[in-house]
Design a protein. Structure first.
Length: 386
């Protein structure tokens, strides 16, 4: 897929933003394991907080492919900060999917004006398998009272708006899961722990505890029991974006290899053929992953079902980031292994891409299930013909 001249301009601006605001601070905040809060205001000025928010609510209203092009550039600079921006999008996907105009205005206005959002689904007993959810929402009068806990919540300490999932009817299991808009800093919403992570260390990741958290009933998204549908639709939208920032990680790893070899060899003809072939394989993998991301989001923007395409884009992108960054570390040897190297950070940042927004094992279940469903009618027809 060829990108348009308008998309190239967004790519150029995102690259300039990355070079000016992200790359110079990435190593420092990775070492400290801290989120640079000032980057939020810079992101607001660049339109990075509201890329997918419709224009009628003050956002840029960009198509999904363009958003992915931007997130690739951010991922090339620092996957931790790219994660902060991409999860900000994930947070507002739910009101975009199921919100009323009043709910959208409430949520989107905060983001457009310069605040982060967040998405709180994961719990200590409910990671890839959401059936373990325990957080409850009990309706009392014209409000819901939420109790429970959430873990590994990106942007949780800085988000002014959150999408939080809770069981309005625990007896129904996932059919009793509902989604709520919650304002950050609300009484009863506590943050007892900040996670210290292997990678994406400059993103903010926290535990949330909900203790008698009162939420107005008009902040329920959709109907009671719509939560699982809203969550899965939101994650379908987010998975290709993980693929996009993963491509950014892989591209940076290849760029660092070429930079290193250019400094080591004044004549590229002295670079061994085995190394050249390794570089070629890295380039092949990156381009395949990039085009897979573009394809998945083109299908989405066309209004067609794309859950499997989203799973493929996320899986291929993140697996490519892991493989290419590890190959880059091997090519740079001790220089790549040093904590002065960008490449060792890329390896650490790449691993989480295979885990969040649904592990790659879960994505393979989604992909395989579609193929098994296609086989079933053929098996039935073959049996009938005996």
């Amino acid at each position: 897929m060829l990108i348009t001249s308008e998309q190239k301009e967004h790519q150029r601006l995102a690259r300039e933003f990355t070079e000016e605001h992200i790359i110079p601070i990435a190593a420092e905040y990775d070492r400290k394991g801290e989120f640079p809060e000032f980057i939020v205001e810079e992101g607001r000025k660049a339109g990075l907080l509201s890329m997918g928010i419709p224009k009628e609510f003050g956002g840029l209203g960009l198509d999904s492919v363009t958003q992915a092009i931007i997130l690739e550039e951010l991922g090339r600079g620092c996957a931790g900060l790219a994660t902060a921006f991409s999860v900000n999008e994930l947070g507002y996907y739910a009101p975009l999917i199921a919100g009323t105009d009043e709910q959208k205005k409430l949520y989107f206005t905060s983001v457009v004006e310069g605040s982060l959002s967040s998405f709180a689904l994961t719990e200590p007993s409910a990671g890839s398998d959401v059936r373990g959810a325990r957080t409850t929402a009990r309706k009392v009068g014209d409000e819901y009272i939420l109790n429970g806990s959430k873990c590994f919540i990106t942007n949780g300490a800085y988000a002014k708006m959150l999408t939080i999932f809770a069981l309005t009817d625990p007896s129904k299991g996932l059919k009793g899961l509902s989604a709520f808009i919650v304002k950050g800093g609300s009484p009863g919403l506590m943050i007892p722990k900040h996670e210290n992570k292997l990678g994406i260390r400059s993103s903010n990741t926290v535990e949330l505890v909900l203790q008698d958290l009162h939420v107005p009933a008009n902040q329920l998204l959709g109907k009671e029991g719509d939560g699982m549908k809203i969550a899965m639709t939101s994650l379908d939208m987010a998975r290709p974006m993980v693929g996009a920032q993963s491509v950014g990680i892989a591209q940076r790893a290849l760029d660092e290899c070429l930079k290193y070899l250019g400094e080591k060899f004044s004549d590229p003809r002295k670079i061994g053929q085995a190394t050249q072939f390794k570089l070629a394989d890295m380039r092949i993998g990156i381009e395949a992953a990039r085009q897979t991301v573009y394809h998945a989001l083109s299908v989405k923007d066309a209004g067609l079902p794309y859950s499997v395409e989203a799973a493929i884009a996320k899986t291929l992108g993140s697996d490519t980031a892991m493989r290419v960054s590890k190959d880059a570390l091997a090519l740079l040897g001790a220089y790549g292994y040093s904590d002065d190297s960008v490449v060792e950070k890329l390896v650490r940042d790449a691993k989480i891409q295979q885990l969040y927004e649904g592990t790659n094992q879960v994505q393979r279940i989604v992909i395989a299930a579609q193929m098994m469903a296609a086989i079933q009618p053929k098996v039935a027809a073959a049996k009938a013909g005996r």
